[in-house]
Design a binder for this molecule. Structure first.
Ligand code: IVH
Length: 668
């Protein structure tokens, strides 16, 4: 490869890896398997070694991915949170052993532990009490999720036996499989998207802003290290056994291995046994046990030289591709799905696999009747990862991506730079119409009970509804004749539809399903435009003048209100009495903070952070997530984040303490 080509490839890989880091650590919604991710990272590492002129400190080969989000206070880690070198083969585990012995000139004893698949956490204990819990973040500093972590029952809040004055516990927050299954069942029932796997569910839950919801999710935590400036232990195993006595949960799969052969048999043993654990594991972590030997071995920029992760490769099977069908999503997105000859994979029968998009089909060069490799990664839907070409013959025809919508026949479009095709027939394509109704009735929108996907489908197919305004014309008599619908359920649905008329304006705005207007944007819009008419009259400039509203959102809003059919729907909703303006109900206490953007930082004694957020909104103010020129003042508690403090000083922004704030809103 020529240096210019290498430079370009390196840039491309870096961008791609950053994107996958964001999807994994921030969105908790990865689209590739760990194995595929590691392949990209390996390629980048190899190229950077060969062409060092293109390597810089900012490369993902030098840094760990970051999970930091703006809503939490951030703190530095007393000990950096690094990642682990990965391998998928036995040979490299042996090479690791050779390096470790060479580096120390000693025979090495290893601790083998399972690699728990969740979200890593660092918890500081001070004077025997749980003081602060921080996510991995970017490895140097992370988000303060103490309140959420305190909901985990297997973590002691207070330790009754003598312990070091200050120490840090590191572990993995997990969502046990049974908890995950029931959470997803509830979510699907409520019309919410299910979590793809327990890791995403655990990481997503850890970052929720309401610790009461976190508490209901029953997270668990497995501990894998104890750190302190001086610990009275000479090895890792001993320190974990001590932590167990202090009340921490150390999984009993942990084992001391005297040789690399014992390590290899541990890996083999747990490849089988791990499937019967109540939580997910994706490998084994092999650690040099002796702490002095660890010091001799040291660290690379990203990971310790005294540990390595052996990762189990996802199980694969070969089966026949029968056909490809295409699904149309709520927003018109087209997803190709492979229909397969049923085959047993990791304990369940697989009949369908996701193909993502046209590029993926092209990349695999899929032909009808191909024998394909199917893999179950962390995702619910398995995917096709390769084709066995030895079964291919000339009669087999290449899969051509469809040109027209399978539901309404409209010519599909694909925006520049986007991976997905979509159906532009926003107004009449049935799945899009149904999708918008499902969104309208969902819990965070109009919260109408009894109208799950199945019932909406039924109402739609019987021509009883074509859009969400039709819901308000339904009568119990229309519903009673439907399958599996008794008089009581029909009456309940009608009651819930009627009750939804009182839904507050921001939620109605969200329910309309305007492109790019999610829950938060809807709230912002409702604060800036206190009724729908003024929002409808807003120009793009007026919209983008609002903090948080960019050109993409603005054009979604303008396009929505330029459509005659949308205006008709809104008029029908208005006639039914739905609320399209901010009303001063219990939810609005005053407008003392109107026009103010307030950033909360630190911890408080008279109300929780969530309660302060609510109070700000109830008094007409807006919660800002980061300190900027738009911040009116900072509601500053104890231990305010250092970076926020520095920024506030630089910009000359006022800090107001808890009591002063309560005085402003008249609660003192
Ligand atoms: S030890 C220097 N032990 O794996 C890092 N990590 O890439 C030392 N993990 O995000 C980590 N199970 O959260 C260690 N038994 C275990 C683990 C474990 C899961 C996670 C950890 C980190 C990642 C390392």
């Amino acid at each position: 490869m020529k240096p210019t080509e290498a430079g370009e490839r390196i840039e491309l890989l870096k961008k791609e890896i950053e994107e996958h880091n964001r999807r994994y650590y921030v969105d908790n919604n990865p689209i590739i398997s760990d194995f595929e991710y590691d392949l990209l990272l390996n390629e980048l590492e190899t190229l950077e070694k060969k062409f060092p002129e293109f390597k810089n400190d900012n490369s993902p080969t030098n840094r760990v991915g970051s999970d930091i989000v703006k809503e939490f206070a951030q703190y530095d880690h007393a000990y950096p949170m690094l990642s682990l070198g990965n391998t998928y083969n036995e040979e490299e585990v042996r090479e690791f052993d050779v390096r470790a012995r060479k580096g120390t000139n000693k025979q090495i004893e290893y601790t083998c532990e399972l690699k728990f698949d969740g979200a890593s956490i660092s918890i500081i204990y001070s004077k025997g009490k749980l003081f602060r819990a921080i996510t991995r973040g970017d490895g140097v500093r992370g988000d303060d999720v103490t309140l959420n972590v305190k909901t985990i029952k297997s973590l002691p809040h207070r330790i009754a036996v003598p312990v070091p004055e200050e120490f840090t516990i590191r572990g993995e927050i997990l969502m046990p499989r049974p908890v995950f299954d029931s959470l997803n069942a509830v979510r699907e029932n409520e019309g919410q998207a299910p979590f793809a796997n327990p890791r995403n569910a655990a990481a997503g839950t850890l970052k929720l802003l309401d610790h009461r919801i976190v508490s209901s999710r029953n997270l668990d935590c497995m501990i894998y290290s104890v750190l302190a400036d001086s610990l009275p232990y000479s090895n890792h195993f001993e320190s974990l056994m001590a932590a167990q006595l202090w009340g921490f949960q150390i999984h009993d799969s942990i084992r001391l291995c005297k040789s690399i052969e014992e390590v290899i048999s541990y890996i083999k043993e747990w490849d089988k046994k791990r499937h019967s654990l109540p939580f997910d594991t994706d490998g084994v972590v092999i650690k040099v046990n002796d702490l002095e030997a660890r010091e001799e071995l040291g660290f690379t920029a990203k990971s310790p030289r005294w540990a390595i992760a052996y990762k189990y490769k996802a199980e694969q099977v070969l089966t026949k591709l029968l056909s490809v069908s295409y699904q149309v999503g709520r927003t018109g997105n087209i997803t190709p799905v492979a229909n397969l000859e049923p085959v047993l994979l990791s304990g369940s029968t697989v009949k369908r696999a996701s193909l993502h998009n046209a590029d993926q089909i092209e990349l695999l060069d899929l032909h009808n009747g191909d024998m394909v490799y199917v893999e179950k990664g962390g995702e619910i839907i398995p995917k096709i990862v390769g084709v066995d070409h030895s079964y291919r013959n000339l009669e087999k025809k290449k899969i051509e991506f469809i040109t027209n919508c399978p539901e309404c026949g409209t010519l599909l479009t694909r925006n520049e730079g986007e991976a997905n095709h979509f159906c532009p027939n926003y107004l009449h394509c049935p799945p899009q119409l149904k999708g918008r109704i499902e969104h309208f009735v969902s819990r965070k929108a109009m919260d109408i009970d009894g109208l799950g996907e199945e019932t909406t489908d039924l109402l739609f197919s019987k021509n009883l509804i074509r859009n969400f305004a039709d819901l308000y014309d339904l009568r119990a008599d229309d519903l009673i004749p439907l399958e599996r619908m008794g008089e009581k359920s029909a009456a309940n649905i009608i009651k819930s539809i009627e009750a939804s008329i009182a839904t507050p304006y921001p939620r109605v705005l969200y329910a309309l399903g305007i492109r790019h207007v999610g829950e938060t944007v809807a709230k912002t819009l409702a604060t800036s435009f206190r009724d729908l008419d003024s929002l409808m009259a807003a120009t793009p400039e007026e919209l983008t003048a609002i903090n948080e509203i960019g050109p993409k959102i603005a054009s979604g809003i303008i396009a929505y209100f330029s459509d005659k059919e949308n205006i008709e729907l809104i008029n029908r909703l208005k006639n039914k009495g739905l609320i399209f303006c901010q009303v001063r109900t219990e939810a609005t206490l005053s407008d003392k903070l109107a026009g103010k953007t307030i950033v909360i930082s630190g911890t408080f004694s008279r109300h929780s952070r969530d309660e302060y957020k609510e109070l700000i909104e109830k008094h007409g103010g807006k919660n800002g997530s980061s300190v900027s020129g738009n911040t009116s003042f900072i509601l500053a508690g104890e231990n305010m984040g250092q970076s926020k403090l520095e920024k506030a000083e630089k910009l000359g922004i006022l800090l107001i303490n808890e009591n002063e704030f309560l005085e402003i809103i008249g609660e003192y």
